[in-house]
Design a protein around this ligand. Structure first.
Ligand code: ADP
Length: 177
């Protein structure tokens, strides 16, 4: 685990499963436009949360790239899930701007709900094909840039599924110190 302080915000990098972050107020879903069950992070989150999550999502769909909505988390160990739609790389343009908006929108939903801690997966880097190094740079910069204007949010944890994804994030964060 790597941890760095930016003002009042603690930023953590861990290798792990987004559905097993018991100590966080919310986890972020790398959702699809329909907020449907799907594969990857969305599949894992819906499986762990149970069918009530699908029912809670349905009236909120569809969402557009760069948008985020918040629901309860049902059987997940967190209070909330924040569902973000990242850009499909090479399709939704400008991809970098849409990915920034995704992280911003997720932090907006967390702040509006007065949450103290949120966990992010590497949005858009799975089925949506965003190169991990570029996506990691955007994700980390977007969170760090926001650190000084946050009110409730005190902890942002990046939960990376593979050792390689963790290493890439560690390298980029080390370069930002
Ligand atoms: P997207 O459609 O936004 O690309 P994916 O769910 O396909 O989203 O993948 C996003 C990232 O999340 C990928 O790097 C993938 O390896 C990772 N991932 C998949 N399952 C999990 C999980 N349970 N916890 C954390 N990260 C995960």
């Amino acid at each position: 685990m790597q941890e760095q302080q930016f003002g009042n915000l603690t930023l953590q990098l861990v290798r792990g499963d987004i559905t097993r972050q018991d100590d966080l107020d919310a986890v972020v879903n790398a959702a699809n436009a329909q907020l449907a069950i799907g594969g990857g992070v969305a599949g894992a989150i819906h499986r762990a949360a149970g069918p009530d999550l699908d029912a809670a999502c349905r009236p909120l769909a569809p969402i557009r790239p760069g948008e985020a909505v918040i629901t309860e988390a049902f059987k997940l160990p967190n209070a909330h899930v924040i569902h973000c739609l990242g850009p499909v790389y090479g399709v939704d343009e400008p991809a970098d701007e849409l990915l920034v908006r995704c992280y911003e929108a997720a932090m907006d939903r967390a702040e509006e709900a007065g949450l103290g801690s949120v966990g992010f997966p590497a949005i858009s880097t799975g089925a949506f094909g965003y190169p991990i190094r570029e996506a990691a740079g955007i994700a980390l910069q977007t969170v760090v840039r926001r650190a000084s204007s946050l009110t409730s949010l005190r902890l942002v944890r990046f939960v990376l599924f593979s050792e390689l994804d963790l290493q890439v994030h560690q390298e980029i964060l080390a370069g930002m110190a």
